[in-house]
Write a new protein. Structure first.
Lengths: 113, 115
């Protein structure tokens, strides 16, 4: 059974700092991995999707990497801004269960002005 | 193109009442997924539906929960005789084709509170 763990559970950084969020998964047989952002009281916004054959994806100040064999992914946020404050969720799609997403509990990020 | 819509956004029920949560997928999407997020927990898959068919309900509690996606109208997640442990955020996602390569687009969720 796939399990996804995100560390740390919460993170507080001063504005402008670069930061890394971590995600690990127990079953390396994944189809893809996705990072979401969740704002309080709102839905999920997809940030980056990495296919199992890829090593990384970039969008603006965000960079996500994937090491499938070791079951790890990182989300790097450069030059953090107060608007980046949100909960960041990591989710994997298994090769076996083709449509189910397995989510971690998330990392709650606070960027202090 | 409007995104996935869910209503109500907030729902309060007393123990023993019924809760009906609605999800309108994005235009052109015929695949709907329901997830539940309990307090301090990650989202958990509940059920996957296509129009008029339940494809996978392996994540649904065995009792009191049911889901449908009729030919016309929104998908409905129904919880009968709610208990306090049902208090959670319920998210709906939709996709155009289903399958591994399909991206799921999430709605804003319905926050259910059971008193």
């Amino acid at each position: 059974k796939q399990e996804v763990t995100q560390i740390p559970a919460a993170l507080s950084v001063p504005e402008g700092e670069n930061l890394v969020l971590n995600c690990s998964f127990t079953d390396s047989a994944i189809y893809n991995l996705q990072w979401f952002r969740q704002d309080p009281g709102k839905g999920l916004t997809s940030l980056l999707l990495i296919q199992s054959s890829q090593r990384e994806q970039t969008s603006g100040r965000l960079n996500a990497s994937l090491d499938k064999s070791s079951g790890r992914s990182t989300l790097y946020i450069a030059a953090s801004q107060p608007g980046d404050s949100a909960t960041y969720l990591c989710a994997v799609r298994n090769e076996a269960g083709s449509y189910q997403l397995t989510f971690g509990k998330g990392t709650k990020l606070s960027v202090i002005p | 193109n409007a995104g996935v819509m869910q209503n109500p956004r907030h729902l309060v029920r007393r123990r023993g009442q019924e809760a009906r949560l609605r999800c309108s997928p994005m235009k052109g999407h015929s695949h709907v997924y329901w997830y539940r997020q309990l307090p301090e927990e990650g989202l958990k898959f509940m059920v996957y539906l296509q129009k008029e068919n339940i494809i996978d309900e392996s994540g649904m509690p065995k009792e009191r929960f049911s889901a449908e996606f009729p030919k016309e109208g929104p998908s409905i997640l129904r919880i009968q005789q709610v208990v306090r442990g049902d208090s959670a955020a319920y998210f709906c996602a939709s996709s155009p084709q289903g399958g591994r390569g399909d991206t799921q687009y999430f709605g804003p969720g319905t926050r259910l509170t059971v008193l």
